[in-house]
Design a binder for this molecule. Structure first.
Ligand SMILES: C[S@@+](CC[C@H](N)C(=O)[O-])C[C@H]1O[C@@H](n2cnc3c(N)ncnc32)[C@H](O)[C@@H]1O
Length: 324
């Protein structure tokens, strides 16, 4: 089954829970489809246009590329006045707390510090802004106000890793590599392979996120670049020079950025041969290419492929998530 959008989230437990969780994502119109797909993969919901997603799933988002924070909802109301009253009437207690305010509405004229002060007055307990024991999140939208207890925040690991010493003109952006890993739904610890690893962007992100990473590249110089990049950050990973059409192994997750040349017919043949081998390496493959090649995954035995276009200023990348 080929679908052009991410409709499925098979790794999410469907069990309903009483607790509700609020997630906030980064907001960027060109990357909107990517951001939606990432929250869907983590929490089974899409964010609204303000980047707010409400879910019954509590999940660690520290490795996320675009999901910034997750909080357990303690109180909610239609507006700030209502929220203050709700916090007071519920007798919400927190010792040594700090409140981070996300004002996602133009309707509220108060500053964030004033909003935090009003909510702090309604909470039983003392604030501690310099070394908070409890981190709270206040979210104000046009028609809803929430107070939550933060349980997970993204670490933005890609910022550090994108300063790797060796790179190439065809290296992927680090944040995109992190997103691709996350779209798989296969969470660490797990065995990740990049069969065409180049300078190792995906390997670096994967190793930083807690995966056991293995990279292959046909080009010796690229293998050396990946090895040096991993060791520069003190990250572990194995890198082997080999032709990805013939490698063997068992991995939980394959993530790669396929090579592209000037000759479309040659690329076509290479992709066909690569994917016919990838199906033997991993039950889940997340692959980015310069065009939609979803039919190749089905041809070689993957049962479903989601395709997510990622537009850039002068070309579009296609992220494929294929499952056996
Ligand atoms: C688009 S680049 C990967 C870039 C990489 N993601 C990065 O961020 O640096 C594709 C890589 O595939 C490698 N490659 C090409 N044909 C290959 C093959 N048959 N087996 C393994 N690697 C191959 C190339 O040497 C190149 O480094």
């Amino acid at each position: 089954m080929i679908s052009a959008v991410f409709n499925s989230s098979p790794w999410i437990s469907p069990k309903p829970r009483a607790m509700k969780y609020i997630y906030l994502t980064a907001r960027s119109e060109p990357e909107r489809a990517l951001i939606e797909a990432e929250l869907l993969s983590f929490a089974g919901v899409r964010p609204d246009e303000k980047g707010v997603g409400i879910s019954e799933v509590k999940t660690d988002i520290s490795n996320a590329a675009y999901v910034k924070v997750g909080a357990e909802i303690l109180a909610e109301a239609p507006d700030l006045d209502g929220l203050e009253a709700e916090v007071a009437s519920k007798g919400i207690e927190a010792e040594g707390f700090a409140i981070r305010v996300e004002r996602l509405t133009e309707n509220l004229k108060l500053r964030s510090t004033e909003i935090a002060a009003r909510l702090a007055d309604a909470i039983r307990g003392r604030p501690n802004l310099s070394d908070p024991k409890v981190k709270l999140l206040a979210v104000l939208t046009d028609d809803r106000a929430y107070l939550g207890r933060i349980f997970s925040e993204y670490t933005k690991g890609w910022l550090r890793l994108s300063k790797k010493p060796y790179t190439t003109s065809s290296s992927l952006p680090h944040r995109l590599a992190r997103l691709m890993i996350n779209l798989s739904g296969v969470r660490p610890p797990a065995k990740l392979v990049d069969p065409c690893c180049g300078a190792g962007t995906i390997l670096l992100e994967g190793a930083d996120m807690g995966y056991e990473v293995t990279g292959y590249d046909i080009n010796y110089k690229m293998c050396q670049a990946s090895r040096k990049n991993l060791s520069y950050f003190g990250l572990k990973g194995e890198v082997i020079q080999a032709d990805a059409r013939f490698i063997e192994g068992e991995f939980d997750l394959l993530v790669t950025d396929l090579p592209y040349g000037r000759n479309m017919a040659a690329d076509e043949r290479l992709y066909d041969e690569l994917i016919s081998n990838f199906v033997n390496l991993s039950p889940v493959a997340v692959i980015v290419t310069a065009r939609d090649i979803s039919e190749l995954f089905i041809k070689h035995g993957y049962r479903s492929v989601d395709v997510l276009p990622s537009p850039k200023s002068w070309f579009t990348r296609y992220i494929h998530v294929a499952r056996l």
